[in-house]
Write a protein that binds this ligand. Structure first.
Ligand code: NI
Length: 181
C-alpha cells in the first residue's frame, strides 16, 4: 500500500478519457484500489478517481460521512467506502440541483455546480461483480463529480456561473460556506 501523489488541474492526465478496465481482478487494479483507499484516507476527501493519481483507468472510490449527506435534505446515513469500476451514469428525470463542490485536484477552491438530482449508476464492484444503484442529492452529486474525472472533466468546466468560484478560506470567512469535498 502507498499514498499516491495527486495530479492537479493543468496536468494532462486529468484531461484524458480514461481506459475501460478489462480485468478488475488483476493485481494491477487491486493494488491501485488499495493505494487509492490509502490516499483518500490520507487526504481526507470524499472521493477519488484513478486519473487523479496519474492512472488513466476507469476506477473511482468514495465514502460519504452522514453529516455531509444531511446537507441537501437526505437522510444522514453514512455511505460506506465504495469501489466503482467502469461506472456508467444515467440521469433519472430532468431535475437539477446547484450545490457546492471542491476537488483534491483543484486545491483550495470551491464553487457551485449544477448536477442531475437523481441518477442511476451501473458499475462493477471491487470483485468485478456488476451492480446497479439509484441515488439522489449529494450522493448523486459525488458520483457525477467522480465519473466526470474519468472523462477528463473537472468541476469548474461544469459551472454555469463562475461568480461562486472562490478560495475555500474566503468563502468560509465571508459566506460561512464549507467545501463539500
Ligand atoms: Ni475531484
Amino acid at each position: 500500500m502507498a499514498v499516491l501523489k495527486i495530479a492537479r488541474m493543468g496536468h494532462p492526465i486529468l484531461r484524458q478519457v480514461a481506459a475501460t478496465v478489462t480485468d478488475p481482478k488483476s493485481s494491477q487494479i487491486q493494488t491501485l484500489i488499495s493505494d487509492m483507499i490509502e490516499t483518500l484516507e490520507d487526504c481526507g476527501g470524499i472521493g477519488l478517481a484513478a486519473p487523479q493519481v496519474h492512472v488513466s483507468q476507469r476506477v473511482v472510490i468514495y465514502a460519504i460521512p452522514g453529516q455531509r449527506m444531511g446537507r441537501e435534505g437526505e437522510e444522514g446515513v453514512d455511505v460506506p467506502l465504495s469501489v466503482l469500476i467502469n461506472p456508467r451514469l444515467e440521469p433519472l428525470g430532468e431535475e437539477m440541483d446547484l450545490g457546492t463542490e471542491a476537488c483534491l485536484s483543484v486545491p483550495g477552491l470551491m464553487g457551485n455546480v449544477p448536477r442531475w438530482r437523481k441518477v442511476r449508476l451501473r458499475a462493477l464492484d471491487a470483485e468485478g461483480a456488476p451492480f446497479e444503484l439509484e441515488v439522489a442529492g449529494f450522493h448523486a452529486r459525488v458520483l457525477q463529480h467522480e465519473c466526470d474525472h474519468l472523462d477528463g472533466i473537472l468541476y469548474p468546466q461544469r459551472m454555469t456561473d463562475l461568480t461562486s468560484l472562490s478560495f475555500v478560506e474566503e468563502a468560509r470567512r465571508y459566506f460561512g460556506q464549507t467545501a463539500e469535498h
